[in-house]
Every structure is written in C-alpha cells, then in structure tokens.
Design a protein around this ligand. Sequence first.
Ligand code: MN
Length: 130
Amino acid sequence: MTTRVLYVEDNDQNYYLVKFILEAQGYEVVRARDGREGIELARTVDPALILLDIQLPVMDGYETARELRTIPGLAPVPVVALTSYAMAGDREKALAAGCTGYIEKPIDPTTFSGEIAAHLARSRSGGGSG
Ligand code: MN
C-alpha cells in the first residue's frame, strides 16, 4: 500500500524537490497550494502525513495547523511544519499551533525522506501527543 503524503506548499520549486525525493522512496504526494485547500484535501485524501509550509497565501501554516487539529479524524496524522532556518521562533510557533514536528528549510535531500519516515514511525507506534 502506498503511503500518501499531503504537502501544502505554494512554491513550485520546493514542491517539486520534495515530490521528487518522496516519490523516489515510494511515497505518493498530493499537493495543496494554500491552507484552505490543504484542509479540504486533508479531509478527503486520507493522508498518512501532512507536510505544511508556514508562509502560505490565504491562511498561514500556523492557522492551518490549528484548524487541522480541530478535525477529529486527523488526530493521529502527523503534521510536520517546514520552517525557515532564518525565522527564529518558527519552530516553537509551529509546535504551539499543533504541529507534530518540524523540518528546517532549505531541506537536506540526503536526510529528508529519513525524517519523514521517522515521523511516520512515531505516529504508528502511538507516541501520544507530546
Ligand atoms: Mn511558502
């Protein structure tokens, strides 16, 4: 069975890099271009994990995360923020908004899929909400 990742990202270059890396590892990647579309797709495509850019049009990643966390069916789904290394405080704000974890941008292509796998493994082992 294919593991489906929903990636909420407005930047084409970022999207295609992540899609390329994850598809090479056998993941299926579904894209949303803004927070509103991300929430709609999160409800309908049954993602195993949601990757969330922070700087998004319509509603930002924090607001998107907070709304995702109000959807009961998505409670076990990890939401991983892509935070900018340059933006101090992004990580804390992402976790406070309900994200499970974060990966810093620019992503490291050599370690990225391993980080995704680790987040998936943690959610499958029922690691709680901490
Ligand atoms: Mn963005």
